[in-house]
Design a protein around this ligand. Sequence first.
Ligand SMILES: *Cc1c(COP(=O)(O)O)cnc(C)c1O
Length: 334
Amino acid sequence: MNFTKFARRQYLQGPTPIESMPSLSKVLGGEVNLYVKRDDLLPGAGGGNKTRKLEFCIGDALGKGADTIITCGAVQSNHARLTASWAAKEGLDCHLVLEERVKGSYKETASGNNFLFELLGVKSLGVVEAGSDMMAKMEEKAEELKSAGKKPYIVPGGASNAIGATGYAVCAEETMTQLNNMMLDIDHIIVPSGSAGTHAGMVVGMTGVNANIPISGVNVSRPKIVQEEIVYKLALEVAERLGIKGGITREEIVCFDEYVGPGYSLPTKSMVEAVKLFAQTEAILLDPVYSGKAAAGLIDLVRKDHFSKNSNVLFLHTGGSPALYAYMDTFRQG
Ligand SMILES: *Cc1c(COP(=O)(O)O)cnc(C)c1O
């Protein structure tokens, strides 16, 4: 694929590692070989998947002469943390609009990502109630900043537009190159599916390099069909942007919604188990909101013999571990 036509900043030092997870595979019965793509180790304060998307979004912002980034997210948003991080690095102002998706969940003094927003020097942090029109709220902020002489640029939630999701088409190509070099034949890839840019970008990129590896998303909030439609729509936009021949079919977009539990960011037993298992077998830190629930899905699918015997399954670890520190009680009780 050709990414040279797009404005982009270079935030990666090189490919993120693909590691074998022999101890976890063994604990789960030893019939499936689990591997992990360590996007939790991406650069940017605290690591995680938004860095790949922000290469393109902030590239676009700088190309348009912006001096200020506005973005949005949940109260413990990794995306907001990484946007604040790269804005700091680029010398751009950063303003956040945070959605209190769970009533009463915003605490000014909270740990985790909330603390890091402050440390990374965000210029303002507005909290709005669940269900608010986040784009409208960000546009309001942009107008206010424009009248103060600033040049704001809005990055949508999760950087999940076609610009940001292009970063995950890059990841797909990078992954396929690594697998070829390792001579590692992966049968299935599991990714978390949230604002959808990661899932959509991976599907498009794997199609773009003709990998023929099925990808499944594990939802963190929405029902299966709703999420699949969101991923599909975005995948079509990314495929169009990259000029992918043949396009993407609806059947290629597959999501599991059994691991969401009571709702976005709310703990589940299987998430707690997954976070502990990854930590105690592979010394890999997941997070409570995304990678923990996606890993709970991976673990359950292995236990249910969803993958055939001796197959190789790759888990895309999208990061998020700073949020663990806002959930310490959950893990101590669980
Ligand atoms: C945002 C995020 C995801 C989900 O990626 P999307 O592109 O929004 O679907 C997964 N894991 C972590 C840690 C995240 O911060």
